[in-house]
Design a protein around this ligand. Structure first.
Ligand SMILES: Nc1nc2c([nH]c(=O)n2[C@H]2C[C@H](O)[C@@H](COP(=O)(O)OP(=O)(O)OP(=O)(O)O)O2)c(=O)[nH]1
Length: 134
């Protein structure tokens, strides 16, 4: 399919924790937790979109690391791709699209109400964190 559009989500990792962000809109998604990110703009790579979105939404500089294997369908024509990323500079704040942030240790990843579509990628990111700790 050629008209699929990618939403990139960042599994932002810092000091052994994963960042979760609580959405403020649209009403059907508000209050649920997600990986910060957004839609690719025309001509943009996933890595470029990730860096731009994290700058806009959280006020941080992030470095994309690697794609988490998989692709998760959202409302057509969107699909979710997830990349791990590390925090290069700044302190994450909910500047846009979110009203709360939480840095979750691997054992806390199940403590927030993730968007359904995010759960498999979040589980994979938590596994990566656990392995990095071991
Ligand atoms: N950013 C993000 N969006 C997600 C995730 N999971 C999920 O289902 N979505 C959905 C919610 C939205 O319908 C869509 C992404 O839209 P968005 O509002 O974050 O994108 P954007 O920042 O580019 O916003 P806009 O240009 O539409 O204003 O994907 C996720 O983990 N991160």
């Amino acid at each position: 399919m050629t008209n699929v559009r990618v939403v990139v989500g960042a599994a932002l990792l810092h000091e052994g924790r994963l960042l979760a962000a609580r959405r403020t809109a649209p009403p059907e998604l508000a209050g649920r937790w997600e990986l910060p990110g957004g839609k690719l703009e025309p001509g943009e790579s996933a890595e470029q979109a990730l860096v731009r979105e994290l700058r806009e939404e959280l006020g941080v500089e992030a470095e994309p690391l690697e794609r988490v294997a998989g692709e998760w369908p959202l409302r057509p024509p969107y699909v979710l791709h997830v990349w791990t990323a590390r925090l290069r500079a700044g302190e994450a704040r909910p500047l846009q699209d979110h009203d709360e942030l939480r840095w979750l240790a691997p054992d806390e990843v199940g403590d927030v109400d993730w968007l359904d579509q995010d759960r498999p990628a979040v589980a994979l990111a938590a596994d990566l964190l656990r392995r990095a700790e071991a």
